[in-house]
Design a protein around this ligand. Sequence first.
Ligand code: PMP
Length: 431
Amino acid sequence: MSEPQVPDSQSAEPDLPEPKPGAEPGSRTNLDPHVERYAARTAGMTASEIRALFAVASRPEVVSLAGGMPNLAALPLESLSEQMSELIAEDGLTALQYGSAHGVPALREQICEVMAMEGITGHPDDVVVTVGSQMALDMVTRLFCDPGDVVLAEGPSYVGALGSFAAYQAEVVHVAMDDDGLVPENLRAALAECEKAGKRVKFLYTIPNFHNPAGVTLAADRRGEILEICRQYDVLVIEDNPYGLLAFDGQTYPALRSMDPDNVVYLGSFSKTFASGLRVGWVLAPHAVREKLVLASESATLCPPTLNQLVVSKYLSTHDWKGQIKTFRENYRERRDAMIGALEQYMPEGCSWTHPEGGFYVWLTVPEGVDAKAMLARAVTARVAYASGTGFYSDGLGSRQMRLSYCYPTPERIHEGVRRLAGVLESEMDL
Ligand code: PMP
């Protein structure tokens, strides 16, 4: 299978880690004549330290295991293209017009059908359509977090969420996971500690299924306990679930939202199950929160793009979207197998990695003494790129970890990339 060419370095790596606040001497920020004008919250909005490597990392000879781009090659482009022309021809004046900040009603109903696959019974009125779930993350943080408020998040956690938390100056307290996801005792301990320190915890942000970046899934028997602990400490749960329908065996897990509708705000997205470029995601929230979200959406964008919502709506009503998800799953499973097989074949002693049952990512731990972040430049020279672990933590952890994505490159490229990475690691260990 041929791999589509990546147009430029930035778009190639949509969710790579951002660095910690503060400009390095000599960085571009210091040359910015507006530097004194920016709001204090922009300290958390700095360009990725490894973005400088992207220009090199996106050259065709470099195997990038760094980015999280979905593989869209299996989409039925021809019928989608016909459908879009039809949409404009038949419904153009609506499709090209402003809409409501709440989202297109028909799509909100269909979103409820999608969520029903994970046991969620939601009312279309409580769904707010967003510009991807990234916008939902921004809105939820805007709604709940004052500077200094605490957000609990798995350690490691999704870099885009950490970016939103930083932008609103929330303090992130990481809760460690194991192979079964978030550990309830660790959550309880973190909450007790925050309480003792007089810190205000606003919510637990969690990615229960096929975690980005850790690749693990929250065990079914932990779900109730996690919810109970959050109830006990009166902490809201933000459930971020873009990968939930991408289990390699087709299994679905009960959504946290299905188990405690009044205390869980659920974030969903069509980015991984249909088309990321359309930027259509959603929030399902308790009624009162939903009203605030609509206001937040209005002030951010007026409304999500009408055309894109109608494209998704039409796709859901005319295509075999469940069959399409099955195809995506099969493609990703083949790539996961390629990555795990290559890791087993090539990785030196002392490395360990997670075994994802769905989604896009493997989390690799390298032997003691190896600094994954420092090694990245040498890896890129050896024509392989990854996302170093430190960017997925707000507290400096992760120097012995890296995220390897298998979603985008072909199985052959994955195999070759892991082989190169193992070579770099081995020479690093010899130093
Ligand atoms: N949450 C998680 C865990 C993700 O991995 C991503 C995308 N990488 C997002 C949210 C944002 O997705 P989108 O905005 O495309 O819906």
